[in-house]
Design a binder for this molecule. Structure first.
Ligand code: IPD
Length: 302
């Protein structure tokens, strides 16, 4: 069963590193050809990018993962876009984003990763996020903690801060947000007003006013989750991210002691008073607001 997590996790890490090598090869290729020949295509609109390498990396993931675990279902960003849409069931399911941060990949910004999650009984249980540019590997399995391995060194338990710093208000927080690829005026208005609520100045910037320190837009949902797990971001908020962006990230954040919720009520002033729920299929596949919040409490030891 997928609860025997260790061999599965080790296997996924090997596959993620192979995918990472192909991403690096792709980046070198894409940065050296003219803009007409980059193989960059648009999906739903001019900012929703896909490259030849998104497709090639997903093909590699599908082949390797199915080879290791033929009975697991497979949900992938590019397969989904091509119309191959496996319904989510209780069965173990790989949920992958071959290149999360495609816009960064196209523009040569080294904040790009492969994200591989395993969902079982409709909940993420294993997550691997690998940024090959920085050689940062994030891993987690349910009830076994979350880890960061840098430059193939010794894995470090997440969050990195010890003791972890609980987030009691937005005061002083750094918050990850994303513009996403949905750019209708209605969607843009919703996002902008949320950004203002998150980083705005409720007390007109007077000395002692309690504001978030800033917002960051790193361009990869998976790496935003990783940054929360690490303790670098205090929170990540996005509307409409896809399951492959966050399946691995959710379990990595949860195992680092963080909280996931689909509630947007959190944008009220009293963040402390909010009741945080668990992530549900509706949030994952209904593409609702997703809030991933940093350390709630000291993570439990496994
Ligand atoms: C996108 C990134 C981005 C987020 C979008 C995603 P992609 O994934 O995670 O940060 O804002 O919602 O779709 O297209 O780079 O795989």
């Amino acid at each position: 069963t997928p609860t025997e997590y260790k061999p599965i996790l080790d296997f996924i890490v090997t596959v993620a590193r192979k995918a990472g090598a192909l991403i690096l090869e792709g980046s070198a290729a894409i940065q050296t050809v003219s803009s007409q020949e980059t193989g960059v295509n648009e999906k739903k609109n001019s900012v929703d990018l896909v490259t030849e390498y998104d497709v090639r990396v997903e093909e590699l993931l599908l082949k390797e993962l199915k080879n290791g675990y033929p009975n697991f279902k497979f949900i992938g960003e590019e397969s989904y876009s091509a119309g191959k849409r496996e319904p989510l069931t209780d069965d173990p399911t790989f949920c992958v984003d071959p290149i999360d941060g495609t816009t960064n990949f196209v523009h040569g910004i080294p904040f790009v990763c492969v994200s591989i999650g395993v969902i079982y009984e409709r909940r993420p249980i294993i997550g691997v996020i690998y940024n090959p540019f920085l050689d940062h590997l994030y891993t987690a399995a349910k009830s076994h903690g979350a880890y960061l391995t840098r430059n193939n060194g010794t894995p470090q338990r997440l969050p990195l801060a010890s003791p972890p710093k609980p987030l009691s208000s937005l005061h002083g927080a750094v918050i990850g947000v994303e513009w996403g690829s949905e750019r209708s005026s209605e969607s843009m208005a919703g996002k902008s007003s949320s950004f203002v609520k998150l980083a705005g100045d409720p007390e007109r910037g007077v000395p002692g006013g309690k504001m978030a320190h800033s917002l960051r837009s790193f361009g990869s949902g998976a790496l935003n989750c990783a940054m929360v797990a690490q303790g670098a971001l205090d929170m990540y908020w996005e509307i409409g991210c896809w399951p492959w962006d966050v399946s691995a990230g959710i379990i990595i954040v949860q195992e680092a002691g963080g909280i996931i919720t689909g509630s947007h009520k959190v944008l009220s002033d009293t963040i402390n008073a909010e009741q945080f729920g668990d992530v549900t299929e509706d949030i994952l596949f209904g593409r609702k607001y997703l809030l991933i919040r940093g350390i709630a409490d000291t993570p439990t030891e496994s």
